[in-house]
Design a protein around this ligand. Structure first.
Ligand code: SAM
Length: 220
């Protein structure tokens, strides 16, 4: 099949994915536009691209996954409703798809990944797509001090508790979106800073891979 035909098929599948997200209750037009535009299949290995628009998480190597489209859309909606623009730190680059969605929406994106192979994989995808996303290899539970403060922090792995260092790196009125809970599942949690006060709200249940690091779960 010619490359253009594949592109048309992927475009149709993106449209179907967005229609499904709408049925699941995602309404923010900036989020839906980003999902329609960012080519999710390019964040999959070539042999797996046929699965890119299914609404499920998918392995990307090193025991990690690209999150389900609904989960990415849900977290992004939570962020954009509370923090429509500015500097966002993502913890858990993984495939790079969430970072690319945020970049498309006009945020200035900083993303941290702890696994070198995944850091390199995402870096290759960002350069191939010409995306200006700031990447760092390391323990994201300690944030990225050089660029503080962040208007938004999005953590794409499950944590036992919000890492105190990440809370410190939030701007005034900044917001962190983070799944909190044990291996059986986590509650999507939103913490908003207002001066020295932190307001915590809990939402739906999800199942993420663990956030491993000094202020997260211990490795192994
Ligand atoms: N946001 C990703 C995407 O769009 O594909 C999905 C992330 S995947 C569900 C979770 C990622 O968090 C994995 O790549 C994992 O290696 C990473 N991770 C876990 N603990 C971390 C830590 N302390 N710092 C940085 N990354 C971490």
């Amino acid at each position: 099949m010619a490359e253009q035909e594949y592109d048309r098929i992927y475009e149709d599948r993106r449209y179907e994915m967005v229609e499904q997200l709408k049925r699941y209750g995602i309404t923010n037009t900036r989020v839906l536009e980003a999902f329609l535009s960012v080519e999710r299949h390019l964040f999959f290995d070539p042999e797996n691209r046929g699965y890119a628009y299914d609404d499920c998480a998918f392995p990307i190597g090193c025991g990690q996954t690209i999150s389900q489209p609904y989960t990415v859309a849900y977290m992004t909606s939570m962020l954009v409703e509370r923090c429509p623009s500015g500097k966002v730190l993502e913890i858990g680059t993984g495939s790079g798809y969430q970072a690319a969605i945020l970049n498309f929406m006009g945020y200035s994106v900083y993303t941290v990944e702890r696994i070198p192979e995944l850091f390199k994989r995402a870096s290759a995808i960002f350069s191939a797509l010409g995306l200006k996303i700031h990447q760092r290899l390391g323990d994201g539970t300690l944030g990225w001090r050089e660029n503080v403060p962040y208007d938004g922090i999005i953590v794409t792995a499950g944590a036992p508790e919000p890492p105190p260092t990440l809370l410190e790196q939030l701007a005034d009125s900044g917001v962190i979106i983070i799944p909190i809970g044990g291996s059986a599942g986590q509650r999507m949690t939103v913490i908003t800073r207002s001066g020295d006060t932190l307001r915590r709200e809990e939402f739906h249940a999800f199942a993420f891979v663990p956030l491993i690091g000094k202020e997260g779960w211990r490795d192994g």
